[in-house]
Structure formats: structure tokens, C-alpha cells
Design a binder for this molecule. Structure first.
Ligand SMILES: [Zn+2]
Length: 178
């Protein structure tokens, strides 16, 4: 397993997988910090009342978890700092930290033999409670990641795209955000 960043919708299910997990150090640190917090429906309501901008994220967590008594937040088995190359299922897999405004620990995952790039949410805007007026997708970061080696562009919250489809989607996003 590679954890592309610490956000709950990408990490809270980790305990369900019987597989070694790897993450960037800053992702692992943010996960460790969340794991020390108490989580319950009452706690979520309390924190939303104290900081309403957390509402979208915390209400989504409340919808996703019926019983917080069963929630187990576990740490990744290994962390890396800049880049890491691993072999999985016979394929070479390259992990690279890219950071960015969505999550400072964001990493992308390349499978060069297949031309696949997994982006997680790397170029998405900052999460709602950290977003400032004018914040949008980081199209500069996205463009820098769409190198000539990429045949398949797989981002966290959208369909996989061919290179041409990804270029078109990024162009459309660019004209939408000006
Ligand atoms: Zn995210």
C-alpha cells in the first residue's frame, strides 16, 4: 500500500488491509497526530461547533463511520523522505514526494513499465478549512507531473484518464479558473 497523503478518506481504511504500507514522513506524522485525537460522533459535533469550517470534512467522517469504537488508526510500516523505489508484483514502482497546498506530505506513484501515474489528490485545492479566496487546483504542479512518460493519469477523486484526456481536463480546468 502507498498512502499518497494523510487525509482521512485516503488513510482511515488502512487497518483493513493486510499489506505493508509506505508513506512520506510528513504524511506519517500527520496520521500519527490524528491517531492521538479522540474520535466519536459527539467529538465531531463538538469540534464542528468550535470550528465550523471543519464541517464538510467532519460530517463526511461521521457519515463514513457508523461505530467509532471500531475505528483503528494505524501507522504506515515504512516512511520515506524524498523518493523511494520499490518492487511490487514484479513491477518497479517509484514514489516521489511532491508536497503542495492540498497536503504537505503528498506523494505521487509512478509505474514506469505501464506508463501509469497515481496522483492521489496532489494538485487539488487545499481542504475546505484551509482554503483561502482564490485557491484552486495547482495546475502548475499538475502540468509538471504530466511528463512524456505518462500514459495513464490516475487521480484520487476522478476517473483514470489517458494522457490526451488528462491534458484536455487540465486545459478545461485552466480556462475555468482563469
Ligand atoms: Zn486529500
Amino acid at each position: 500500500m502507498v498512502l499518497t497523503h494523510h487525509h482521512w478518506d485516503h488513510t482511515w481504511g488502512l487497518a483493513a488491509w493486510d499489506a505493508p504500507a509506505t508513506a512520506h514522513r510528513r504524511c506519517a506524522e500527520a496520521m500519527a497526530a490524528e491517531a492521538t485525537l479522540p474520535w466519536s460522533h459527539e467529538e465531531l459535533r463538538r469540534r464542528i461547533a468550535a470550528q465550523p469550517l471543519l464541517g464538510p470534512s467532519y460530517r463526511a467522517r461521521a457519515r463514513a463511520v457508523d461505530d467509532f469504537g471500531e475505528l483503528r488508526l494505524v501507522a504506515p510500516d515504512t516512511v520515506f523522505d524524498d523518493r523511494l523505489t520499490v518492487t511490487a508484483g514484479g513491477a518497479t514502482v517509484e514514489l516521489a514526494h511532491v508536497g503542495g497546498g492540498h497536503a504537505h506530505g503528498s506523494s505521487v506513484v509512478r509505474v514506469p513499465a505501464a506508463g501509469v501515474l497515481f496522483l492521489g489528490d496532489a494538485y487539488y485545492p487545499p481542504p475546505h478549512h484551509l482554503r483561502r479566496p482564490g485557491d484552486g487546483p495547482d495546475l502548475e504542479l499538475a502540468a509538471s507531473l504530466l511528463g512524456p512518460d505518462v500514459e495513464w493519469w490516475v487521480e484520487g477523486h476522478d476517473v483514470p484518464r489517458t494522457r490526451a484526456e488528462a491534458e484536455a481536463a487540465l486545459r478545461a480546468a485552466g480556462s475555468a479558473t482563469g
